[in-house]
Design a protein around this ligand. Structure first.
Ligand code: ARG
Length: 466
């Protein structure tokens, strides 16, 4: 017979193929420090409530600390026959301190243990992701600040629409990633709930003190229902959905960088250290980093879908299906962190082709709205002014000219309201300066937004470092 902790009712050995199939150690070994920390707190609580003796507790805690050290030094042996990280640590503890180790699992089940471990792991990772997004937002703000004089066409329907400041465009991404950080922060409330003490599903007969365990592990709250506590994976789904949304933002930014670095746009150039070449076409400089970020977005969505499908229709309470949760959770955490890190490094390296952007912003009738505005401000109803500017565009198209390249006389043929001062209205810089409405692209607004962002980031960095 093998020496599994649960094999009392078994007369045959587990088939090795089943051991390999059910094992999750390759994945869940990354939970080792949460598992050990959780066990130590559990042990302290058991001793505090005299469920085990203080002496036994010290032996167990010392043993657990030693195991942690062994894992950290790479001296620990992992193997499929012991299923998961919980079994590995418990078995190692028996080998280390003898039979007393068997007391550790009093008033606990792997069902509440794994729920605890994943919650501890996720709150740690969520905090580190929030910190990373601060760095990312900082990189965006810095890029916006150093390029305050850069104008490019803003697009709708992928058609040139109106000129905007590049800084304004970059600060749009700042807002998206800010919302991401807020979403992650909000989700922490629901991660930070302590499930231990729910045992297998029904609670335990021992006189445990769950609040004490929660206090030791820095959880502000304990779970209210033992069945829910061992079955709930909402907090993982919530994380994956926030991660997916954050990846949506990354994929949009990536797509723009890919387009902008093509010869068709040539708005930007990626630095050599953040681009790769082609093995066949010597002239190529490929935007692989943004492309891969765009590609990895699909994987994170897949992780979310896998998790939703896994939980759909799953009867209460714990089911082994749920062991698969860690595969997708860890995958998404790794991808998201890698994407944020690489963007923090890549953004400051972008080469901005200011002249090409500006030229693109002054071609293609981006000042047509402003011509309509000019007429409307001088008394023509806006709809009429729109039609009038439209006619002027049609005329200029035929002449192969821009609106501001027409003569005053030509412009006056569309309305006698038009005077010499219209050219000021049609000037790209002036167009930007005039968009002073709150949240608009006028430099004054954008500078204020950058200033506020810098202040907020400073406060946030301070808060996160304490
Ligand atoms: N490895 C399992 C998981 O990740 C731990 C819980 C197993 N519980 C059980 N009764 N088999 O979900």
């Amino acid at each position: 017979m093998s020496d599994k902790t649960w094999d009392g009712r078994f007369s045959d050995k587990t088939d090795p193929s089943v051991e390999a199939f059910t094992s999750s150690i390759d994945i869940d070994k990354r939970l080792y420090s949460c598992d050990i920390e959780g066990s130590i707190a559990h042990c302290r609580m058991l001793a505090e409530k005299s469920i085990i003796t203080k002496e036994d507790a010290s032996v167990l805690i010392k043993g657990l600390d030693d195991i942690k050290e062994e894992i950290e030094k790479g001296k620990f042996k992992f193997d499929d026959s012991m299923e998961d990280i919980h079994m590995h640590i418990e078995t190692a503890l028996v080998q280390k301190v003898g039979k007393v180790a068997l007391k550790l699992h009093t008033a606990r089940s792997r069902n509440d243990q794994v729920a605890l471990d994943v919650r501890m792991y996720l709150r740690q990772e969520t905090l580190s992701i929030i910190k990373l997004t601060t760095g990312l937002r900082k990189a965006l703000v810095e890029l916006a600040e150093t390029n305050l004089d850069v104008i490019l066409p803003g697009y709708t329907h992928m058609q040139r629409a109106q000129p905007v400041l590049l800084s304004h465009h970059l600060m749009a991404y700042y807002e998206m990633f800010l919302r991401d950080a807020q979403r992650f922060n909000d989700s922490l409330k629901r991660v930070n709930v302590m499930p231990l003490g729910s045992a297998a599903l029904a609670g335990t007969t021992y006189p445990i003190d769950r609040e004490y365990t929660a206090e030791l592990l820095d959880f502000p709250k304990v779970s209210a229902n033992s069945i829910d506590a061992v079955s709930d994976r909402d907090f993982i789904i919530e994380f994956l959905s926030s991660a997916s949304l954050c990846m949506v933002h990354f994929s949009r930014l990536s797509e723009e960088l890919i387009l902008w670095s093509s010869s068709e746009f040539a708005f930007i150039e990626l630095s050599d250290s953040f681009a790769t070449g082609s093995s066949i076409m010597p002239q190529k400089k490929n935007p692989d980093v943004p492309e891969l970020v765009r590609g990895k977005t699909g994987r994170v969505f897949g992780d979310l879908m896998a998790m939703l499908s896994m939980m759909k229709s799953l009867p209460l309470s714990y089911n082994r299906d749920m062991q698969e949760d860690k595969v997708v959770l860890f995958d998404a955490v790794d991808i998201l962190k890698a994407c944020i890190n690489i963007y923090i490094k890549m953004l400051p390296e972008l080469k901005i082709n200011k002249e090409i952007m500006k030229k693109a912003a002054s071609e293609g009738f981006l000042n047509a709205t402003d011509m309509a505005d000019y007429l409307a401000v001088r008394g023509m109803p806006f709809r009429e002014a729109h039609a009038c500017a439209g006619k002027a565009v049609r005329y200029a198209l035929d002449k192969e000219k821009e609106l501001h390249e027409l003569s005053t006389k030509e412009l006056q043929s569309f309305s006698s309201i038009i005077k010499e001062d219209i050219f000021k209205f049609l000037d790209t810089n002036e167009m930007i300066n005039r968009r002073k409405s709150g949240g608009g692209t006028a430099p004054k607004n954008v500078k204020a937004a950058i200033k506020k962002a810098k202040k907020d980031l400073e406060k946030e960095t301070q808060r996160l470092s304490t």
